[in-house]
Design a protein around this ligand. Sequence first.
Ligand code: ADP
Ligand code: ASP
Ligand code: MG
Length: 470
Amino acid sequence: MLVQKFGGSSVEDAGKIRQVAEIALSHRQDGRIAIVLSAMKGITDLLLGAAREAESGKASYKDALATVEFRHRQAATELTSGPTRLALEAHLDQYLKDLRDLLHGVELVKECSKRTLDLVAGFGERLSCLLMASHLTGRGEEAHFIDASKNFILTNDNHGEAEVDFEATYAAVEARLRPLQGVMVITGFVASTPEGRPTTLGRNGSDYTASLVGAAIRAEAVEIWKDVDGVLTADPRFVKGTIVLDEISMEEAMELSYFGAKVIHPSTMMPLLERGISLRIKNTLNPAVKGTLIRQNPTPHTNDITGIASISAAALINIEGSGMIGIPGFASRVFGALARVKVNVIMISQASSEHSICIVCRETEAQTALVALRAELAIEHKQKKLKDCELLTGLEIIAVIGENMRGRPGITGRLFSSLGDAKVNVLAIAQGSSERNISFVIESKDREKALNTVHAAFIGPKAAGQGAKK
Ligand code: ADP
Ligand code: ASP
Ligand code: MG
């Protein structure tokens, strides 16, 4: 069986939902297919905004609710008729009442716990799947609506970005889907703890739901349908002349998404990699296009690099001084201190003189990181072995990724000389030991210039013929 996932832009209105139904029905194998849906475009943001407004006692949350209601009721009218519409409307009434009651409760107590927020955030997926399942039923197709927060995707209670219990999830998903025929319409993003408390997999988590379902049933393949022709060499919103990649490796996809390529949720690849299942990115708006195939051992391409990604709102903390030279365990103290306060270190770089270490994390975690490091290194600082930790914000991490970089000399030189020529100041550099990734930090103001400069240097007509020989 195939698992297909459709994102928010693929189900944003009745017309798109109809299109998705056609795609899913035409890909059934032995009459069966599993589809995972996101909320309609913009709905999750509206729900999260409404919860925040209700928490601060603002009645304006009702406006957001009215928009949520209007969009789904309008789509329901366009997608169904007769008894199916009546049944759908009864179901919609119930969901919308639950949502209203929930937000009214938040408004009264002026408190919205992460647990409540997960319950609220998941309504978008419940509503879009309900519309799809009803539409299919109305067309005389067998369709099953599956709420993944009902003993399906099982996680711990880290609300907002819960961690999956793979074994329990695989068993639950497999048992649930095995007896079903027709189209299984599954809510992306939402999950629950074993006790049944609702959780979510983090923003953009529906991609991950699809790969968990695919791994659980050992699907033939997983397809993620978006509003782009596949994985592009860089983010098309900022870079000119991007091209669609035919095939990339699972590791390249992981690195690209980890370093901010919004096209796939970073956790998506791991379950599939473990079970040897391939992933294809396709375009709902352009289904005839082949898309990008992500798999183990892809057909090699000739560009020196595969793609470029970037993470905004990064911060850099520089630790400098003679106090760390030749002292074993210094780095482990630094990372231990950061791990204790749960700061996620995205990138590190250490000068070979061992005179400085710099750590790059998200701006939102920078103050926590700084306080933890100052406390950990207070003695060395007092003894003047280390300078005070220096914090820089307003930065961007750019990552250049590709299997072909391995063992090819000259790439780093070309990369940084192109940036030098464009007068982009580079603050720190790191190369992953896999040689599949070179990442560097620049000021945010230089983001578009840097991305376009690197893209032009390595991909596209200008780059042709410049690559080092294999
Ligand atoms: P969905 O809602 O279907 O999950 P997203 O909006 O989350 O879709 O992700 C798709 C978007 O990711 C594209 O519209 C594109 O703007 C953006 N994007 C960023 N980097 C890339 C990339 N390297 N390749 C393709 N799309 C990218
Ligand atoms: N609807 C959720 C979000 O907007 C999950 C997803 O779209 O994948 O983050
Ligand atoms: Mg997404």
